[in-house]
Design a protein around this ligand. Structure first.
Ligand SMILES: CC(C)(COP(=O)(O)OP(=O)(O)OC[C@H]1O[C@@H](n2cnc3c(N)ncnc32)[C@H](O)[C@@H]1OP(=O)(O)O)[C@@H](O)C(=O)NCCC(=O)NCCS
Length: 144
């Protein structure tokens, strides 16, 4: 059974960071310092549990000044993908963010997962750019 919970206590946050390390650092070659960028304390973290085992995470934060929210560090363990866990995490984040009433939600999507965010209503903007050696596209979801 799938559950998406806020990661608040130390155990849940450690589980979220361990998933990020496996996915971004070990699988995708991102430097550990780049993943742990100093912004985690300003973010809300979600953890996806499959039968109580941590399998996915993301974080979101309100951007100072712009009135927008940003979703980052969306990751599901390789063995658990294509079961709807990523979409469930994103939908939980969109619900939580909507309660803060930002003007829009944005994210930087790795180009191979632009379609994953498009099904949620995000639109790509601007050119492809590199972040940590990975091609990305800016995406934005305006809120009413
Ligand atoms: C991107 C990621 C989080 C998706 O997680 P997931 O649990 O497999 O996603 P879901 O099963 O909820 O949704 C996948 C659905 O999104 C849609 N989708 C469209 N294009 C897609 C794509 N390029 N990749 C994944 N899903 C895509 C499809 O409807 C897909 O359904 P399907 O699996 O039946 O084809 C996961 O692949 C991952 O962790 N990748 C590595 C890290 C990463 O690239 N993160 C994104 C950083 S911007």
């Amino acid at each position: 059974m799938l559950a998406v919970i806020p990661a608040v206590d130390e155990n849940d946050l450690s589980a979220a960071f361990a998933i990020r390390r496996k996915v971004f650092c070990e699988e995708q070659g991102v430097a550990i310092d780049a993943d742990l960028d100093g912004l985690d304390a300003d973010a809300t973290h979600l953890l996806a549990l499959w039968n109580d085992a941590p399998v996915g995470t993301l974080r979101w934060r309100i951007l100072e000044g712009s009135g927008e929210a940003k979703v980052e560090r969306v990751a599901v363990l390789p063995a658990e993908r294509h079961r709807g866990i990523g979409q469930a995490l994103m939908r939980a984040a969109l619900d939580a963010i909507a309660r803060k009433a930002p003007r829009a939600i944005r994210l930087n999507a790795q180009t191979h997962v632009v379609g994953f965010y498009e099904v949620l209503g995000f639109c790509p903007e601007g050119p492809v750019f590199e972040e940590e050696g990975i091609p990305h596209r800016r995406m934005r979801l305006p809120l009413p």
